[in-house]
Write a protein that binds this ligand. Structure first.
Ligand code: NAD
Length: 260
């Protein structure tokens, strides 16, 4: 990743999946910029960024087009181009990340789809305008897009739309030699995950029932994310790559899984 410049959107703290990817890219020599959602998070992200030699930070609320434009204008003042984009952003009102999906009101649905799905297309358009050929974009998704998982509800629907948008973005940007992929991570305890009902149960279930008999870490996500953003994955686009200790292949419980 030496000589590559990337924008990482969605680091909240050192447990964030975005941070795992940023750290892995920085370790391979990438130069990074970060966007953060608000002042409170800036206080967390600035020292993390400084620790890997980055001082290029800008606020960005992806629910607001003016804020996205301002973030990319600020980036363009410092860099004449970028090589990769990490979109590690998702949000749904936690009131609807428990109970039944069928009870989701329109406003909560639209907000979840806006922040968790449309925002990737919105930032991809701006990033593509300043991305060099050979560049790559990556978003984060979860198995709840493909299958029912408890409490994921409207986020599952938003992630399904996000995965579909990865395929359309890959087709649109392929002629510019820009790749677009998604990384489907297993459950990891983060700020965003704390909003999901019974998350401790979900973690245990995945640990006992995945082929590797463990949960994944942000280092696992970082390694695979770095690969997808690097030239090692030059022939890979439109893909949803699972980093979940193999859990997505399971058809039934592992016979040795203890009761939870
Ligand atoms: P996190 O809380 O560390 O990161 C979520 C980020 O989204 C935060 O930085 C937050 O500021 C940002 N965000 C939310 N609304 C925003 C807005 N309007 N504008 C700008 N930024 C906004 O949690 P995480 O688990 O690292 O989440 C990162 C991504 O990984 C999300 O897309 C999430 O769905 C996905 N993911 C997480 C898991 C998991 O188990 N933690 C599993 C699979 C996928």
């Amino acid at each position: 990743m030496q000589g590559k410049r990337g924008l990482v959107m969605g680091v909240a703290n050192d447990r964030s999946l975005g941070w795992g990817i940023a750290a892995a890219c920085a370790a391979q020599g990438a130069e990074l910029a970060f966007s953060y959602q608000g002042e409170a998070l800036e206080k967390r992200v600035r020292p993390l960024a400084a620790g890997i030699g980055s001082s290029l930070l800008m606020p960005c609320d992806v629910g607001d087009d003016d804020s996205i434009d301002a973030a990319f204008a600020s980036l363009a003042q410092h860099w004449d181009g970028i090589d990769f984009l990490v979109h590690a952003i998702g949000f749904a009102d936690k009131q609807y990340l428990r109970g039944r999906y069928v009870d989701t009101p329109r406003a909560a649905f639209l907000q979840a789809l806006d922040i968790s799905c449309y925002s990737f297309s919105a930032v991809a358009r701006r990033a593509a305008a300043m991305m060099r050929p050979g560049g790559a974009m990556l978003t984060l998704t979860y198995l709840g897009a493909e299958r029912w998982t408890p409490h994921y509800n409207v986020m599952g629907v938003a992630k399904a739309a996000l995965e579909a948008s990865v395929r359309y973005l890959a087709a649109d940007l392929g002629p510019q030699n820009i790749r677009v992929n998604a990384l489907s991570a297993g459950p990891i305890r983060t700020l965003a995950a704390s909003g999901i009902g019974d998350f401790r149960y979900i973690l245990k279930w995945n640990q006992y029932n995945s082929p590797l008999r463990r949960n994944v870490t942000i280092e696992d996500v970082g390694g695979a994310g770095m690969y997808l953003l690097s030239e090692l994955a030059a022939g890979v686009t439109g893909e949803v790559h699972h980093v979940d200790a193999g859990y997505h292949i399971q058809g039934m419980k592992n016979p040795d899984a203890p009761d939870i």
